[in-house]
Design a protein around this ligand. Structure first.
Ligand code: CTP
Ligand code: MG
Length: 227
C-alpha cells in the first residue's frame, strides 16, 4: 500500500515567539516548511503529501515538487490537525495506506532515515517511529523541581517524527484518545493507548524540532550541511 506524508503545519509557534508561525520563517532562501516538504518530496516511493494548515490561503504553491501536495485545514491541537489530514487520506486514498506523520517544524529530517522507517513498516506490517536513545540521565521531578526518580537510561528514547502507521488505524486511535481525554503529544502514544505495538527506529539528531528561539541557529547550520 502507498505511503503518504501528513505534515501538521497549523500551529502558532508560541514558544518560538516570532511575528509569524515558525514554519513560515525563512532559513536562507526558503521557509522552514519549504525545506521540510522538499526533503519529504525527495523520499523515493512517497505517493504524496497532505499539508495541514490553519488557513488554506497560506497553503502555498507546491506544484514544483516531485509529489502531489494536498492542503487541508487543521484544528486547535496538533492531534486535531493530524486527524484532519488523516480524514482526507482515508476518504481519498483508502484506509490501508500508510501515513507518515511529520512535523513541519523538523526541516532537518534525513531522507535515508525516512526510507529505513518505510522499509521497516512495509516488511513487518507494523507501525514505527523515528527516535533517539537518550544521552543524558533522565529524572522525574515534582512541581518544585525536586527529583522523584532517576530512570534507567538504557530504556529511554526520545520520540521524533515521522511516525508511521496505517492511516485508518491511526485515525481510530487518535479519535479514541480524544474521547477518553488522554493527553496525546504524538501518534505513538495514541497507538499505545489502544494496545498497538510501536517499533522505534533510530534516527539522527539533525531531525530536531524548531521549538525555542535558541534552536534557530542550530537548524540553520543543520540545513547548511549536505545530508
Ligand atoms: N501543529 C498543528 N496544529 C496545531 C498545533 C501544532 O499542525 N494545532 C503543528 C505545528 O505547526 C508543528 C507541529 O505540529 O509543525 C509540532 O508542534 P509544535 O512544535 O508544538 O508547534 P506549535 O504548536 O506551533 O508551537 P508551540 O507549541 O510553541 O505553540
Ligand atoms: Mg504545540
Amino acid at each position: 500500500s502507498p505511503f503518504w506524508a501528513v505534515v501538521p503545519a497549523a500551529g502558532t509557534g508560541r514558544r518560538f515567539g516570532a511575528d509569524q508561525p515558525k514554519q513560515f520563517v525563512r532559513i536562507g532562501e526558503q521557509s522552514v516548511l519549504a525545506h521540510t516538504l522538499q526533503r519529504l518530496a525527495a523520499v523515493p516511493g512517497l505517493a504524496g503529501i497532505v499539508l495541514v494548515v490553519a488557513d488554506l490561503a497560506d497553503a502555498g504553491d507546491w506544484s514544483q515538487l516531485a509529489v502531489p501536495v494536498v492542503a487541508v485545514r487543521g484544528g486547535a491541537e496538533r492531534a486535531d490537525s493530524v486527524m484532519a489530514g488523516l480524514y482526507w487520506l482515508v476518504a481519498e486514498q483508502g484506509p490501508d495506506c500508510w501515513a507518515l506523520v511529520h512535523d513541519a517544524a523538523r526541516p532537518g529530517v534525513r531522507v535515508a532515515d525516512v526510507v529505513t522507517l518505510m522499509d521497516y513498516c512495509a516488511a513487518h506490517d507494523l507501525g514505527a517511529i523515528l527516535a533517539l536513545p537518550a544521552r543524558d540521565t533522565i529524572k522525574t521531578a515534582d512541581a518544585g523541581a525536586m527529583v522523584l526518580e532517576t530512570l534507567p537510561r538504557d530504556s529511554i528514547w526520545l520520540a521524533q517524527t515521522p511516525q508511521c502507521f496505517r492511516a485508518d488505524q491511526l485515525l481510530r486511535a487518535l479519535k479514541e484518545a480524544a474521547e477518553q481525554g488522554l493527553p496525546v503529544t504524538d501518534e505513538a502514544s495514541a497507538m499505545q493507548a489502544v494496545g498497538e505495538p510501536v517499533q522505534l527506529i533510530r534516527g539522527h539528531w539533525h531531525n530536531t524540532k524548531l521549538t525555542e528561539p535558541e534552536d534557530f541557529p542550530l537548524i540553520e547550520w543543520i540545513l547548511s550541511q549536505h545530508d
